[in-house]
Design a protein around this ligand. Structure first.
Ligand code: NAP
Length: 295
């Protein structure tokens, strides 16, 4: 059996095109251009590259982007002052503070300061709290796990009553992914570094979402035949045969797992592009919230 390959790049392109059309319509009908402010603190090269990709996606969708770079030794007060300024700026409908912040900064305080209706990453404790509670609606859902769920939907996964296994429990991926699956009536198991016998737990999953940051950890014999496998992992590994001396791999051993799974995302080319698509979609939503008076 060879799995259906879930093409995240293609699904993301469709979402981005739809956002671009909706942005045009909003400008024509209301004279409002959605705006995303990015806050980048320090010199982490991966963070710089993520912010560049997000800025480019905004440009392509007709969304205004406002890039703010602060030095690595910025104080808590510096970062908070910038967030407050962006909260007050009517041209800004979404604020993205690129994580991780340098260690000396209090990430929770910074994220809690972002206005709820501009929290396009969905990391504000109130948005996460609403996501966790039955019958409550967050204003924004975190982009990466939401993108993973959209890919499962696109691939035709059935959630109701399915066994879903989430590998990883981080605040930004594993935990919200588990909550989104619970909302869809899956029976969810969350694994982490203290889980015993990971392979046998993972093998229970009709749906398996891997978000651990361990290159190609999930092997073919960890996967239930026919399962839907979503690989969130994005890991740089040395490869002397590659032009740059390294290559990117996921948390799933793609070549062997695709022989067992029913459907699988590649990495790169799966969840990564969806994260960006969901971010610009959330930014458009931020502008819609203002236009509809829901702030
Ligand atoms: P993280 O904050 O480091 O969390 C990793 C999670 O995996 C933790 O819950 C940890 O368990 C668990 N874990 C780590 N090693 C394990 C092991 N050997 N066995 C079992 N569980 C283990 O990572 P993250 O931010 O969620 O990111 C996970 C991966 O997704 C990374 O490769 C990252 O680059 C990628 N990612 C991709 C995107 C995208 O847009 N494509 C976005 C975000 C992240 P404990 O809780 O017990 O420590």
């Amino acid at each position: 059996m060879t799995a259906k390959i879930i093409d995240g790049t293609a699904v993301a392109a469709r979402i981005r095109e739809q956002v671009a059309q909706d942005v045009k319509k909003m400008e024509a009908e209301h004279g409002v251009c959605p705006g995303l402010a990015t806050v980048l603190v320090g010199d982490n090269p991966a963070s710089h590259s993520y912010v560049r990709m997000k800025t480019k996606a905004c440009e392509q969708a007709g969304i205004a982007s406002f890039g703010h770079k602060l030095p690595a030794d910025s104080t808590q007060e510096d970062v908070e002052a910038l967030v407050n300024q962006l909260n007050a700026d009517p041209k800004v409908h979404g604020i993205l503070v690129q994580l991780p912040l340098p260690n000396h900064l209090n990430e929770e305080r910074v994220l809690s300061l972002i206005s709820l209706h501009k929290d396009v990453d969905g990391f504000h404790p109130v948005n996460i709290g609403r996501l966790a509670m039955k019958g409550r609606e967050p204003l924004f859902i975190p982009c990466t796990p939401h993108g993973a769920i959209v890919l499962l939907e696109e691939a035709g996964a059935k959630f109701e009553g399915a066994n879903a296994v989430v590998l990883g429990r981080s605040n930004i991926v594993g935990l919200p992914a588990a909550l989104l699956l619970i909302h869809r009536n899956a029976t969810v198991t969350v694994c982490h570094s203290r889980t015993r016998d990971l392979p046998s737990v993972c093998r229970q999953g009709d749906i398996l979402i891997a978000a651990v940051g361990c290159p190609e950890m999930v092997k073919a014999d960890w996967v239930k035949p026919g399962a839907y496998v979503i690989d969130v992992g994005s890991n740089r590994v040395d490869d002397p045969s590659a032009e740059k001396g390294y290559r990117w791999v996921g948390d799933v051993a793609f070549d062997e797992v695709k022989e067992v799974a029913g459907a699988i995302t590649p990495s790169p080319g799966g969840v990564g592009p969806m994260t960006i698509a969901m971010l610009i979609k959330n930014t458009l939503r931020g502008a819609e919230l203002v236009l509809t008076g829901n702030v």
